[in-house]
Design a protein around this ligand. Structure first.
Ligand code: ADP
Ligand code: MG
Length: 356
C-alpha cells in the first residue's frame, strides 16, 4: 500500500499540490484524473523521487520513501513520451534498467537474456528484441517502455498519460492490455490521465485531482454515479452544475427555480448536479404552471451514433449539456437559437451545500 500524507509541493508562490492525502491499495489499478496543469506529473515525480515534497510524507509498504534516492525506491515509471534510447535495440532498451541497477545489477549472461525475453513476452513483443526502436510502431514503443519498467520488478508502477501518444484504436487495445498485464503481475498501477473515459475504463479505483488535492477517490461506477462534491462532478464530463440559494424549498438560481432532492434551510448557498441524460427539454409553453424549470437557448447538437449531445446556453452564460439516447428519445425537434424550458425530477439530482 502506498500512502501519501499531507503532500505539498510549491513552485514559486503557488502550490501545485496542497496537503494532498491519498492511498493506493495493493494489487489495484488506480486511475488519477486531472485537468492539464493540475499536478499529475508532479505527484508521480514525487512518488518516484525525482523531486521532494515541501511537506508531507510518502510511505510504501510501511517504509518511508521521501528523502530516498529514486533508484532505491523500487518504483517503475513509464514516461509520457516513452523516453526510449533511440540508438539501442528493443532488447537493449529493456535490459538497460537491469544492467545499470545500483544493487543486484545483472550485467550479462543467461539471466539477463531470460528476464528481458520474459518482459518482452509479457507485453506481447516476443521476437522484436533485435529491432531498432526506430523500426517499430507507436504502440510497440509504448510496450517497450512498459517492458523496460517491468523487467526490474517494481513494487509499484507509475504511468504518466501512457496512452496519450497513441491513436484511438490503439488506445482502446492498450487499455485492455495494460489491465491484463497488471492482473498477471499483481502490483498496483497508478495511471494518470486527463481523459475521464480512460480513467473510468482503466481504474478499479479512480481518483480526481483538483486544486492540489484528491477531490474524491472511489470505485469507478460509484464515482460516476455519486460524485461527492462539485469538483469531482465537473471532472466526469457527465454532470451539469447549477448554483443558487435555497429559497422557499427550492434552489433559486439566476436562470430559474429548481427542485431540491432533500430539504435545506432557506438562505443556504448550494449547487445541484444533474446528469446530462436526466434533463428533459420542453417547448417554452409546454411546462405546466408551477413546475420548477429553467430556460436556456439551444446552441447546437452533436450526433454520436446511438446518442445525441445537445448544447444549451443558460441566461447566466452556463453551458448546459443534454444527452438523448436513440432507443429512448425524449427531446423535441430543436431549433438553433430558440429558448426552451429544461427540467428534471429532483430525485435525479445531487445536492451540494456551499457556494460555487
Ligand atoms: P499535469 O501533469 O497535471 O499537467 P504538472 O504536474 O506538470 O501538471 O504541473 C502542475 C503545475 O505545476 C503547473 O501549474 C505547472 O506549471 C507547475 N510546474 C510543474 N513543474 C514545474 C517546475 N519544474 N517549475 C515551475 N512550475 C512547475
Ligand atoms: Mg503531466
Amino acid at each position: 500500500m502506498l500512502k501519501l500524507n499531507g503532500i505539498t509541493r510549491r513552485y514559486g508562490g503557488t502550490a501545485a499540490l496542497d496537503g494532498l492525502d491519498f492511498t493506493v491499495p495493493d494489487d489495484t489499478y488506480v486511475s488519477l484524473l486531472g485537468a492539464s496543469g493540475s499536478g499529475k506529473t508532479t505527484l508521480l515525480r514525487l512518488i518516484a523521487g525525482f523531486e521532494e515534497p515541501d511537506a508531507g510524507e510518502i510511505v510504501l509498504g510501511g517504509e518511508r520513501l521521501d528523502g530516498k534516492p529514486p533508484h532505491r525506491r523500487d518504483i517503475g515509471f513509464v514516461f509520457q513520451n516513452f523516453a526510449l534510447f533511440p540508438h539501442l535495440s528493443v532488447q537493449e532498451n529493456v535490459a538497460f534498467g537491469l544492467k545499470h541497477r545500483e544493487t543486484g545489477a545483472i550485467a550479462s549472461g543467461s539471466e539477463l537474456t531470460d528476464r528481458v525475453a520474459a518482459a518482452l513476452d509479457l507485453v506481447g513483443l516476443t521476437g522484436f528484441g533485435h529491432r531498432g526502436v526506430g523500426e517499430i510502431s507507436g504502440g510497440q514503443k509504448q510496450r517497450v517502455a512498459l517492458a523496460r519498467t517491468l523487467v526490474t520488478e517494481p513494487r509499484l508502477v507509475l504511468l504518466d498519460e501512457p496512452l496519450g501518444a497513441l491513436d484511438a484504436n490503439l488506445r482502446a487495445r492498450m487499455c485492455d492490455e495494460l489491465r491484463a498485464i497488471r492482473e498477471r503481475l499483481k502490483v498496483s498501477f497508478l495511471h494518470v490521465t486527463g481523459s475521464e473515459t480512460e480513467a473510468l475504463t482503466m481504474g478499479d479505483m479512480v481518483a480526481v485531482l483538483a486544486q492540489g488535492r484528491i477531490a474524491q477517490a472511489a470505485e469507478s461506477t460509484m464515482l460516476f454515479h455519486q460524485p461527492q462534491n462539485p469538483a469531482a462532478a465537473r471532472h466526469l464530463n457527465a454532470w451539469n452544475l447549477l448554483a443558487g440559494t435555497v429559497t422557499g424549498g427550492a434552489l433559486q438560481t439566476p436562470v430559474g427555480r429548481l427542485p431540491l432532492p432533500r430539504p435545506l434551510a432557506d438562505g443556504t448557498p448550494a449547487q445541484l448536479a444533474v446528469r446530462f441524460d436526466q434533463i428533459d427539454v420542453a417547448e417554452p409553453g409546454a411546462v405546466p404552471p408551477g413546475q420548477d424549470h429553467f430556460t436556456a437557448r439551444y446552441l447546437t447538437g452533436e450526433f454520436n451514433g446511438p446518442t445525441t449531445l445537445s448544447f444549451f446556453r443558460a441566461d447566466d452564460g452556463e453551458l448546459i449539456q443534454v444527452v438523448d439516447h436513440m432507443s429512448n428519445p425524449r427531446l423535441p425537434d430543436l431549433e438553433e437559437g430558440k429558448t426552451y424550458a429544461l427540467h428534471f425530477s429532483p430525485e435525479a439530482a445531487l445536492l451540494y451545500e456551499g457556494a460555487a
